[in-house]
Design a protein around this ligand. Structure first.
Ligand code: TYD
Length: 137
């Protein structure tokens, strides 16, 4: 499974807490893009795609949601519900996001610019792609 839940170092005092994210220091790639998701209601499902190259770090800045991660063989569920944890997702991982709490805000740091050509949005194509990449190795 090409994902990892990372505990992010928090700098805190009586004024509150602060988390700093730096390329190739506490996250394992160069940040080229930041986007965020908000106003998603609990019955909505997002994601349902994989990336052939992109790496991402997802942080639930506020609220909670569930990620179901799938490498074509196994599926695992990860809950994001703390701003001091980040979910690193590497390439070739199918992901579904669901069970959004009201007010959930996800911030996503990405290793590259948005490029629809690098998305796999069809699950059968995903299974074929990972099979092909294993055959080449
Ligand atoms: P999508 O990747 O389907 O969202 P999610 O994975 O959260 O379900 O993206 C939704 C739309 O936004 C789609 O038309 C592509 C567009 N989009 C951008 O234009 N730039 C971006 O950086 C991202 C992530 C999506």
């Amino acid at each position: 499974m090409n994902y990892k839940l990372l505990e992010l170092q928090t700098i805190g005092d009586e004024r509150g807490k602060l988390v700093s994210l730096e390329s190739n220091k506490n996250l394992p790639f160069d940040i080229k893009r930041v986007y965020y998701i908000y106003d998603t209601s609990p019955e909505q499902i997002r994601g349902n795609h994989a990336h052939t190259e992109l790496e991402q770090l997802v942080i639930a800045i506020d609220g909670a949601c569930e990620f179901v991660l799938d490498d074509g063989k196994n599926k695992e569920s990860v809950w994001l519900n703390r701003p001091d944890f980040g979910l690193y997702i590497g390439k070739n991982m199918w992901r579904e996001m669901r069970n959004f709490s009201y007010g959930c805000k996800l911030m996503i740091l990405a290793s590259d610019y948005y490029d629809e050509r690098e998305y796999i949005r069809d699950y059968t194509t995903f299974l074929d792609t990972i099979k092909d990449s294993k055959d080449i190795q």
